[in-house]
Design a protein around this ligand. Structure first.
Ligand SMILES: Cc1cc2nc3c(=O)[nH]c(=O)nc-3n(C[C@H](O)[C@H](O)[C@H](O)COP(=O)(O)OP(=O)(O)OC[C@H]3O[C@@H](n4cnc5c(N)ncnc54)[C@H](O)[C@@H]3O)c2cc1C
Length: 408
């Protein structure tokens, strides 16, 4: 499906993850006669976050009512189920249980319930200890929230379906094409990349873990910076998969934008435990020891990193323990599945979250989009951005049309 990057296009989308592909498909659907190209650095599409995640269609329980995350997740989840059905991509509305293991978590559970209902999740239901056991027989907790609309999906399969639609609509997907810079060339934007130059009417940058770098190279504010957070997963041995029927989550730490170590049935039948959340030495730190000098220096030189570490040092120590000690990692999940033991798991894969961190040390919670001349940048699209991708694509296309006009 890969082609060479064109010398000219009406619209160029940089990044062939689920967001870039969804944006290209949406822009092409709105203007079928436009030339749209996707420029992806790797030899294949969807090799980074899109292929290294929990595979969950989030229903929209957690997010601050009124935020972009809340709106785009709820809309995106509905569209994602429909899209999967239309394009024969595996997905299942299997439901999810959020478990409070002691009374100290009840207030936060009540806040999640309030948020979920405010976000329009009418089927969200508070459950007691007995109902928890009916939904997930191996889970123990004092109370829970059950979200029947949460589900699982093959996100790389969604990305492939989007790519097929783009190619079918006359768009170009160029892989092995690393965009290095963007500059104004008259009324157009000149993208220099590893295959040469593409002059575009405008560009949409969806570069995930490298989003800040391309935005800054285009003249945008360096704040916020992407700081990579590595998330490692374990896998339950097949003989122990019966411990988990669907999706089991803890009540999350309210100071972090991450959901905590959960147990998730994957669409291929495996059960994953994770992810951890450890600041990484590289934006592609799929292996724990991977360090890239530039990535590390950019993280260390960012004032926000030190402010965040100063504020969250005790959480950082817990995360270090989870990363270093499998027994501690398993213990975190055994809080709500007590039968779980270290011997029940083997190592799985890791993902690297592209998490925006403000200069002030704040982990940016909401999705963030910004403009430079003839370019729109997706600056922060962490979880649940895969769930929300089709709705994010509409938001991006609306913003692009407003900023650059329908003609590009
Ligand atoms: C551990 C983990 C668990 C998660 N769980 C979930 C979940 O259950 N549900 C959910 O909804 N979300 C989840 N997420 C979040 C979700 O995976 C991401 O929000 C989503 O995949 C982001 O998509 P993307 O297209 O922005 O990024 P990516 O998939 O990372 O794509 C960005 C692309 O840009 C390309 N690129 C970068 N720089 C350049 C350049 N210079 N030139 C050309 N191309 C470039 C990269 O090669 C890459 O292909 C999880 C994430 C992680 C890490």
């Amino acid at each position: 499906m890969s082609a060479r990057a064109p010398e000219s296009a009406d619209i160029a989308v940089v990044g062939g993850g689920i967001i870039g592909l969804a944006a290209a498909r949406e822009l092409l659907a709105r203007r079928p006669s436009a030339s749209v190209c996707v420029l992806e650095r790797e030899p294949e599409i969807a090799t980074h976050q899109t292929a290294h995640n929990s595979g969950v269609i989030h229903a929209g329980v957690y997010y601050t009512p009124g935020s972009l995350k809340a709106r785009l997740c709820v809309e995106g989840a509905r569209e994602m189920y429909e899209y999967c059905q239309r394009h024969e991509v595996a997905s299942e509305r299997c439901g999810k249980l959020i478990v409070a293991t002691d009374d100290s978590e009840l207030e936060r559970l009540a806040e999640l319930e309030r948020r979920g209902l405010a976000n329009g999740l009418a089927d969200l239901r508070r459950v007691d200890a007995e109902e928890i056991r009916e939904i997930e027989p191996h889970v123990r907790g004092v109370a829970g929230l059950h979200s029947p609309a949460t589900g699982i999906v093959d996100f790389p399969g969604v990305a492939r379906a989007l790519a097929r639609e783009i190619a079918g609509g006359g768009g170009t997907i160029a892989t092995g094409c690393e965009v290095q810079s963007a500059s104004r060339a008259g009324r157009r934007l000149r993208l220099r990349h590893s295959q040469g130059v593409t002059d575009a009417g405008y560009a949409v940058f969806c570069a995930g873990g490298w989003a800040d770098r391309l935005a800054v190279a285009s003249g945008a504010d360096p704040d916020p910076r992407i700081v990579p957070f590595r998330g490692a997963f374990l896998r339950l041995l097949p003989a122990r998969r019966h411990l988990v029927r669907a999706l089991i989550y803890p009540v999350p730490n309210p100071t972090l934008p991450f959901l905590g170590i959960h147990l998730t049935r994957h669409i291929n039948g495996e059960v994953l435990i994770g992810p951890t959340a450890l600041v990484a030495g590289a934006r592609d730190a799929y292996r724990l020891g991977t360090v890239h000098r530039r990535d590390l220096l950019e993280t260390l030189a960012w004032p926000g990193t030190w402010r965040m570490l100063g504020r969250l040092w005790s959480t950082g120590i817990t995360e270090l323990r989870h990363a270093a000690l499998r027994s501690a990692f398993v213990q975190a999940a055994a809080r709500y599945v007590p039968e779980l033991e270290a011997a029940d798991v083997i190592g799985a894969f890791a993902g690297v979250r592209a998490q925006a961190l403000g200069r002030d040390g704040r982990l940016v919670d909401d999705f963030v989009f910004s403009h430079t001349e003839r370019a729109l940048h997706v600056r922060n699209a962490p979880s649940p951005a895969a769930t929300s991708s089709l709705a994010i694509a509409r938001h991006v296309a609306d913003q692009a049309e407003r900023a650059f006009g329908a003609g590009g």
